[in-house]
Design a protein around this ligand. Structure first.
Ligand code: SAM
Length: 305
């Protein structure tokens, strides 16, 4: 168990509803309005769909993504020479935050969705780790204004860059939150190559498979909204722009989405998990997984690194 320090004192809660109203008030051109409508529907999906998302995390697919991502992150957590502080950007229902807190890490979970934060609060209480988790309502686009620079030992950015307007800017700000080069950032995003295979193998949709070879967005099955895809070259450019140095890359869900029905996802869960752990470490399988996870550290050209 790590030493426990003082909880992080974060600035006042940022009121996302005011920001939202401000954005709408400033909309002038039709193009801007269309863009705002898309942003609004992205925003709405996590306001009204929190229960749906929590239920998804209970399915074998949701559990597997979560368990694999957490196992990968755990391998690279810094050695605790002091009480570790983590920031979970777009932390949703708190599934990762609760696990980190159970290891003794103090976690600040930032999210724009109050219903998601309500779920996170309940699960932290249920797990008996509420005192280790600070819930913060706010927009990741404002990261630099919300937290002191270079404060956190661990930054988690899982399944959120797909939904923001400017993932590069958010990743750069998230990297700036890392204390120094001993800290680790874990990024988990939807892999474009995985969507190509999924469309062909799982959906039997050859046209969609071909389209996904170069698509920036696809429709996701859970909410029906759009979700951004990350191709290998974009990921590398994004990491470089954020001055992050890659420690490890992992594929998450390489084959589990395509297993025949004769293999029970529940009864065989542990075996599938172990197989996925092995596949995800190997670059040839990582390249085509549904999700790409990267564990990285601040590069030397970041101020203070
Ligand atoms: C797909 S969920 C992922 C939740 C969690 N990270 C996980 O992996 O289970 C995306 C989360 O990001 C949040 N989110 C979306 N855009 C955000 C933004 N600009 N700032 C902060 N949170 C955001 C949503 O409210 C939602 O809780």
């Amino acid at each position: 168990m790590f030493n426990l320090g003082e909880p992080l004192v974060v600035p006042d809660v940022f009121d996302i509803r005011s920001l939202h109203a401000l954005r709408l008030g400033g909309a002038a051109s039709d193009e801007w309005r269309v863009k705002e409508q898309t942003v609004n529907s992205d925003f709405e999906r996590f306001q009204t769909g929190a229960a749906k998302y929590a239920a998804y995390l209970e399915t074998p697919e949701g559990r597997l993504r979560l368990d694999l991502a957490f196992a990968n992150l755990r391998e690279f957590l810094p050695q605790p020479t002091h009480s570790l502080q983590a920031l979970d950007v777009g932390g949703g229902t708190g599934a990762i935050a609760v696990r980190l807190a159970a290891l003794g890490v103090r976690v600040t979970l930032l999210d724009t969705s109050e219903p998601m934060l309500d779920f996170a609060e309940r699960s932290a209480q249920k797990a008996g780790v509420a005192e280790k988790i600070t819930l913060k309502h706010g927009d990741a686009a404002q990261l630099a204004n919300l937290f002191p620079a270079a404060w956190f030992d661990v930054v988690v950015c899982h399944n959120v860059l797909e939904y923001v307007e400017d993932p590069c800017a958010i990743l750069r700000s998230a990297a700036g939150c890392l204390r120094d080069r001993s800290g680790v950032i874990s990024v988990l995003v939807r892999n474009q190559a995985g969507e190509v295979l999924k469309a062909a193998i799982k959906d039997g949709d050859l046209a969609a498979s071909e389209h996904n070879l170069s698509a920036e967005w696809v429709h996701e099955s859970l909410y029906g909204g759009r979700v951004r895809l990350f191709a290998a070259e974009n990921r590398q450019a994004m990491l470089a722009a954020a001055s992050l140095a890659v420690t490890a890359e992992r594929g998450v869900r390489v084959v589990s989405d395509y297993l025949p029905l004769s293999i029970s996802r529940n009864a065989e869960y542990e075996r599938v998990f172990e197989l996925e752990r092995k596949l995800g470490r190997r670059p040839e399988f990582c390249a085509v997984a549904r999700y790409w996870q990267c564990l990285a550290r601040r590069g030397s050209d970041v101020k203070g690194a």
